[in-house]
Design a protein around this ligand. Structure first.
Ligand SMILES: Cc1cc2nc3c(=O)[nH]c(=O)nc-3n(C[C@H](O)[C@H](O)[C@H](O)COP(=O)(O)OP(=O)(O)OC[C@H]3O[C@@H](n4cnc5c(N)ncnc54)[C@H](O)[C@@H]3O)c2cc1C
Length: 417
């Protein structure tokens, strides 16, 4: 008889667990509170720009091997596209200077030895000063481990760590920053090729997973919010959805793949991160010039990353809490001014949309990182997944997929026990 697993939450962590378990011949039931899968990684039609947009520009790197493997497992690896070489053009809006960081194609960070490929006005010693980050402990701040000033910091370390941690880097966890550096910069250009879901997050990372699950006989129910667990001894025995209750057999498993706040409500006493940071994205309906790079790093302005999509220019601003209450029109104008300067385009403000995800990620500080639980719980058939669980990485797609895979592996181990 096939074992049954219930996955609560159809974000990337829940979907990756569900796909792994459906492939292992489990009877999978996915329960999602909203009407759409994808959670914080989704696309939707936006009437203001008359375009399908993503809730946020999501950047993966070729070294995000679990995320890439997840895309492969749902048949969409080819939908993650990017330049063949790990090259990152940058502009400094304060000085007007432009440069390109060229991380090459090696498995080693050989680019730091080549002045032409490094950040301009930086020397080898600046890069060596970053080494303490690689083995920094979880309890340390980034500012305890490396210098948070100077040209290399301003032009590379700050943009990279701000994007990865979603906090101002000096206050971030050195342990998490070190994991990012080990898996990207230190792993050479081969691990740093930027990858974007060109046809949209949902088309590449979400809908094909839902289809695969349905094709394998799984059920995916939307508008099906878990309200409470019914317990018996040390196991989950019931899932109470408000309107209906589903029984969970002694050999059945449950993967709770919801964000920290609902997880803490469903499991009183569960330790979870409790502080979050916003990410602001702006989308402009505008045909990018032909020579515009797909991703442009921007320093010295409001905009941090500028993405060129067909018919659309999109901007990401991390650690965006300072912008969440700013009047929308004013914010759109300010961002558009930066876009014009960074992208070398001009014109009146085109049709636009601003998406402010207030709780985009947990705060990647040592204090909040210490609150992340592991996969197992006190209930023997209940496992946790989500970018906020203790993945060793900041809140990213890569971390979400890893957490989903780990939860699935423990469910598999339970069947074998
Ligand atoms: C604007 C933005 C930009 C980002 N940029 C990047 C990036 O460039 N690169 C990167 O790697 N990562 C990025 N991230 C982070 C990435 O999106 C997340 O790490 C990832 O999507 C989290 O997936 P998850 O499955 O862990 O959680 P979620 O996506 O939060 O999924 C949880 C799901 O559970 C559902 N749910 C909640 N409560 C219940 C309930 N009681 N019953 C049933 N279902 C429930 C929710 O509706 C949701 O669908 C970004 C995030 C945002 C918001």
């Amino acid at each position: 008889m096939r074992n049954t697993v219930h996955i609560i939450g159809a974000g990337i962590s829940g979907l990756s667990a569900a796909v792994r378990l459906a492939n292992a011949n489990f009877k999978v039931h996915v329960h999602e509170a909203t009407q759409q899968a994808g959670g914080r990684c989704r696309s939707y039609f936006d009437a203001s720009t008359n375009l399908t947009i993503d809730n946020g520009n999501h950047l993966l790197l070729s070294g995000n091997r679990h995320a890439v493997a997840y895309a492969r497992s749902i048949g969409t690896e080819a939908g993650l596209v990017g330049p063949k070489r790990a090259q990152f053009p940058f502009v400094d809006l304060a000085t007007g200077q432009r440069w390109q960081l060229d991380l090459g194609e090696s498995r080693l960070p050989l680019w730091v030895f080549n002045e032409a490929r490094r950040v301009p006005d930086t020397g080898l010693l600046d890069y060596l000063a970053l080494m303490p980050l690689i083995w920094a402990s979880k309890s340390k701040l980034v500012s305890d481990a490396i210098p948070c000033q100077g040209t290399l910091y301003r032009r590379l370390v700050q943009p990279l760590l701000l994007a990865a941690l979603n906090v101002d880097p000096p206050e971030g966890s050195a342990g998490l920053a070190g994991a990012v550096v080990r898996e990207t910069l230190l792993a050479g250009g081969q691990a740093c090729r930027p990858l974007i879901a060109r046809d949209g997050l949902s088309a590449v990372l979400v809908e094909p997973a839902v289809k695969l699950l349905q094709d394998k006989g799984a059920s995916v129910r939307f508008g099906h919010e878990l309200r409470q667990f019914g317990l018996s001894a040390a196991s989950v025995a019931e899932l109470k959805f408000g309107g209906d209750t589903v029984g969970v057999g002694p050999d059945d498993a449950v993967v709770l793949a919801v964000p920290p706040r609902p997880a803490a409500t469903l499991l009183p006493g569960l330790k979870t991160p409790s502080k979050f940071r916003a990410i602001v994205n702006a989308h402009f309906r505008f045909d990018p010039p032909k020579d515009m790079p797909p991703i442009l790093g921007v320093v010295g302005g409001l905009v941090e990353w500028l993405f060129a999509f067909p018919q659309r220019l999109s901007v990401t601003i991390s650690n965006g809490d300072r912008l969440v209450d700013m009047p929308r029109e004013e914010l759109a104008q300010a961002i558009w001014r930066d876009v014009c300067r960074a992208g070398g385009v001009e014109g009146e403000l085109p049709p636009w949309q601003i998406v402010r995800e207030r709780r985009a990620t947990f705060e990647a500080t040592p204090e909040q990182n210490a609150l992340r639980p592991g996969v197992s719980t006190a209930l023997k058939n209940l496992f946790l997944a989500g970018d906020w669980t203790d993945t060793g990485l900041p809140a990213t797609i890569e971390g979400s997929v890893r957490s989903g895979n780990r939860a699935a592996d423990l469910v598999l181990a339970m069947r074998q026990a």
